[in-house]
Design a protein around this ligand. Structure first.
Ligand code: PTT
Ligand code: SF4
Length: 625
C-alpha cells in the first residue's frame, strides 16, 4: 500500500473489456493526497486518459467507479460510490453518486476504484473478491430488468454482496440511463448507465472480507459514536426517518417551486396526495438505509389502490416531483408505478419526467402532431399517457426514439419553438425545483459541473429565507460555498451529505474523521482548495470537448426567462436575464474565470494545473492572464 496508512486500501483495478485484460495498479500518493477520491478521481482519471473528442458511446470512453477514503468505514452514512464517464447525454464530464453496498465490498476486496475501458462483444459482468477478479458471462442477464438482474446475482453469489446493475434502458442506449443498486438506489444521471450498456457490461459485483485500515481506530470510533448520537437525538430525526426527502414536496409547494406541467406552474393543486405526509401515513412499507447509516431515508412504498395496487418502489422527492406534479399526476399509486418502471428499466426519473412533460407540452401547443406521436394523444394528468410514452422511449418507437436522446437533442431535432420548452442545462434535464423566481438556484443549475443538477449547490431553501428578489454577491458566495461542500468535500470523501444538510451535523466532524482514518491533518480549507481545483478541471474538461466556451452554456432553461409562471402565488413571474447575467459575471469573477466562463491562466496556475494550460492552449483555446 506504499505510504498510504489508512482509509484508502491502495489499489485500483483496471479492466479492459475489449481485450479481456484485468490489471492492478497502485494508488499514487499524489492521487490520494491531492485528489482524495470519488469525483476527484473521476475527473482526474478521465482528463488524463481520454482524448478530446472521444465518442461517449465507443470503446474509447472509460468508466471510473470510485470510492473515497471514508467510504465503507464507521463514518455515519459512508456507503456511497461515484460513477463517472464522458456523458453521452451532454458530451461533457458526467458523474453521479449512488448509495450501494458495492462501496465497502469493493474496498474490502482490496480496491479503491475501478477503471473500465474498451467494450465487450457479448454481455458480461465483473465479479470481484479478494481471491480474484473475473469477467463473467452475462448472456442470461441481458434483457432482464434491474430487479430481476440483482435477484439472480444474489441467488448465484449469495446475499452478502454489493452490486450495481443496468436495465433495458441502458441496453437500448437510452441516453439518460443510470446504474441501479439494491432495487431502488440510482446514480449517474448523465447516462453513466448508458456507457455501461454500450460496453455490454451488465453489472459490477463485489464481495469483500478484508479490513479497511484505519490509523487511529479508537479516535474514529469515538467520533463516529458522537456523530451518531448527535444525529439520532436531533429533533428533526423522527420526521426524517419517516419521510426522508419526501417532505420536500410540501415545502416546494409552499415556496411555489414544485415543478408542475413542465415547469409551467409553481404549484400543484393535488400536491397533498403525492406529499411526504400521505406517503408516510398510507404508502410507506419499509424504511431502507445505505451501509453504515444511522438515519435511513429510503421510502420503500407500495401502491394501495386501483390498477397499480401492490406495485412497490422507493420514493424520493425528485422522483415524485418529476413523475408526479411535473406531468400533472396527483395519484401516489400512479407515481409509484412510474417510479418502479424507471427503476426496472434503469432510467433516470428526473430526465424521464422531463421528457414526458416536454412531449405533452409540445403536443398541447400543437408543436408536434398525432402523427409524430405514433397516434398517441398526449394528455396531462394521465398515467396511461406517461406509461405509454415511457414504453415508447425504452423500445425506441415513434417519438420515443427522439425522446430517448433527452430534451435538448429532441428539441433541436423537432425545431421551431420546441427548444423554448426543453428544460435542461448543457443537455442534462433540470431536477425538481422551478427557478422562475429563484435566481440563485438558477445560477446553481447553470454552473453545476455536470449540467442541471441540485446536488452541487442546493441553495433554494437558503434563498427563500434570504430573499428571492435579491441579486447580489451573497447569492454567488452561497452557490460557491455549497459547490465546495456538496460538490467538493462530500463527493471526494464519498460519503452522504444528508447528515450535514438535513440534520445539521457539524462539518468539522469530517476533517477529524479523515485524520483519525487516514492520519492526514487537513483543515476544511484544504478540502475546499481541492474542491475548487476539481471545479476548474471539470470546467477544463468541458472546454476541451467543445473547443470553445460561451456564457450561454451556463444559462438556465429559456423557459424561465421567456414564459412566466402561469398560476399560483408567483403567477406572472419570470427570471430576468439582466439579473442572471449580473450573477454570472460575479460568479466568474469569484472563480477566477474570464467573462465567457473560461478559467484564467493565473487561476489554473494557482491550482497547479499547468498541464491543463498546455492542453487547452495546444487546442487553440485562448486563456486570459
Ligand atoms: C441523483 C438523482 C436523485 S437525487 C434522485 S432522488 W434525491 C433520483 N433518484 C432516482 C431513483 O430513485 N430511481 C431512478 N430510476 N432514477 C433516479 N434519479 C434521480 O437521481 C439517495 C440520496 C438522495 S435521494 C440524494 S438527493 C442525495 N444525493 C447525494 C449525492 O449526490 N452525493 C452525496 N455525497 N450524498 C448524497 N446523498 C443523498 O442520497 P445522481 P441514491 Mg443518486 C429510486 O445519483 O446521478 O446524482 O442522481 O444515489 O443513493 O439513490 O441517492 O431527492
Ligand atoms: Fe443513504 Fe439516506 Fe442514509 Fe444518505 S441518509 S446514507 S441516502 S439512507
Amino acid at each position: 500500500m506504499g505510504e498510504l496508512k489508512g482509509g484508502w486500501v491502495g489499489k485500483i483495478l483496471r479492466v479492459d473489456l475489449s481485450k479481456g485484460n484485468i490489471k492492478e495498479q497502485e494508488v499514487s500518493k499524489e492521487l490520494a493526497y491531492e485528489w482524495i477520491g470519488g469525483r476527484g478521481w473521476g475527473v482526474k482519471i478521465l482528463w488524463d486518459e481520454l482524448e478530446a473528442g472521444t465518442e461517449p458511446l465507443s470503446p474509447d470512453n472509460k468508466i471510473v467507479i470510485a470510492t473515497g477514503p471514508l467510504t465503507g468505514t464507521i463514518v455515519p452514512s459512508s456507503g456511497k460510490v461515484v460513477v463517472a464517464a464522458k456523458s453521452p447525454l451532454t458530451g461533457g464530464y458526467g458523474d453521479g453518486n449512488i448509495g450501494t453496498h458495492l462501496g465497502h465490498m469493493l474496498k474490502m476486496s482490496g480496491y479503491d476504484a475501478i477503471i473500465i475501458e474498451g467494450a465487450s462483444k457479448k454481455p458480461v459482468y465483473l465479479w470481484i473478491t479478494p481471491n480474484g477478479v473475473e469477467i463473467k458471462d452475462a448472456s442470461h442477464l441481458w434483457g432482464k430488468n434491474t430487479i430481476e438482474t440483482e435477484i439472480i446475482l444474489r441467488r448465484d453469489h449469495g446475499n452478502d454482496i454489493g452490486a450495481i446493475v443496468i436495465g433495458p434502458g441502458a441496453e437500448n442506449l437510452v441516453k439518460f440511463s443510470v446504474v441501479i443498486s439494491e432495487y431502488g438506489r440510482a446514480g449517474g444521471r448523465p447516462g453513466i448507465g448508458t456507457v455501461m450498456g454500450h460496453k455490454k457490461l451488465k453489472a459490477v459485483v463485489a464481495q469483500g472480507w478484508n479490513d479497511i485500515p484505519m490509523v487511529d481506530i479508537d479516535a474514529a470510533y469515538e467520533l463516529a459514536y458522537e456523530a451518531r448520537r448527535y444525529l439520532m437525538s436531533n429533533p428533526g430525526y423522527r420526521k426524517w426517518i419517516e419521510q426522508g426527502t419526501m417532505m420536500t414536496v410540501e415545502w416546494s409547494q409552499e415556496a411555489g417551486v414544485l415543478p408542475t406541467h413542465n415547469f409551467t406552474d409553481g404549484e400543484f393543486e393535488e400536491y397533498m396526495s403525492i406529499g411526504g405526509e400521505t406517503m408516510a401515513k398510507t404508502y410507506k412499507m419499509l424504511r431502507k438505509g445505505c451501509f453504515s447509516c444511522p438515519m435511513p431515508c429510503g421510502n420503500l412504498s407500495i401502491a394501495r389502490f386501483g390498477k397499480f395496487e401492490r406495485t412497490w418502489a422507493e420514493l424520493d422527492y425528485e422522483n415524485v416531483g418529476m413523475l408526479g406534479s411535473n406531468i400533472g399526476i396527483g395519484s401516489m399509486d400512479a407515481v409509484i408505478k412510474l417510479n418502479r418502471l424507471a427503476d426496472e428499466w434503469g432510467v433516470d426519473t428526473i430526465s424521464l419526467g422531463s421528457v414526458i412533460a416536454f412531449a405533452i407540452e409540445l403536443y398541447q401547443r400543437g408543436i408536434i402532431s398525432k402523427k409524430q406521436t405514433g397516434g398517441l394523444e398526449l394528455k396531462w394528468s394521465d398515467p396511461d399517457t406517461a406509461i405509454q410514452l415511457a414504453e415508447m422511449i425504452i423500445k425506441g418507437e415513434a417519438i420515443g426514439k427522439l425522446l430517448a436522446e433527452g430534451v435538448k437533442k429532441a428539441a433541436e431535432k423537432i425545431g421551431g419553438e420546441a427548444p423554448k420548452y426543453a428544460i435542461h442545462v448543457k443537455g442534462l434535464e433540470v431536477s425538481a425545483y422551478d427557478c422562475h423566481a429563484a435566481p440563485a438556484m438558477a445560477l446553481s443549475y447553470g454552473t453545476s459541473p455536470i449540467g442541471a443538477h441540485h446536488k452541487d449547490a442546493w441553495v433554494i431553501s437558503w434563498e427563500m429565507k434570504y430573499g428571492r428578489e435579491k441579486v447580489d454577491k451573497a447569492k454567488v458566495d452561497k452557490v460557491i460555498e455549497f459547490q465546495r461542500i456538496r460538490g467538493g468535500l462530500f463527493e471526494i470523501l464519498t460519503v452522504c451529505r444528508l447528515p450535514w444538510i438535513e440534520l445539521a451535523l457539524d462539518l468539522e466532524y469530517y476533517p477529524k474523521l479523515f485524520k483519525a482514518i487516514t492520519g492526514l491533518d487537513y483543515a476544511l480549507d484544504r478540502f475546499y482548495f481541492i474542491a475548487d481545483k476539481i471545479y476548474n478541471l471539470m470546467r477544463a474538461f468541458w472546454i476541451r470537448e467543445f473547443g470553445h466556451w460561451k456564457r450561454e452554456y451556463d444559462y438556465p432553461p429559456r423557459k424561465w426567462f421567456e414564459v412566466p409562471i402561469s398560476k399560483g402565488m408567483l403567477a406572472g413571474r419570470k427570471l430576468s436575464k439582466e439579473d442572471y447575467d449580473r450573477l454570472l459575471d460575479m460568479y466568474y469573477e469569484a472563480r477566477g474565470w474570464d467573462k465567457n466562463g473560461v478559467p484564467r491562466k493565473s487561476t489554473l496556475e494557482k491550482f497547479g494545473l499547468t498541464d491543463v494550460i498546455a492542453v487547452l492552449e495546444k487546442a487553440g483555446i485562448k486563456l486570459s492572464e
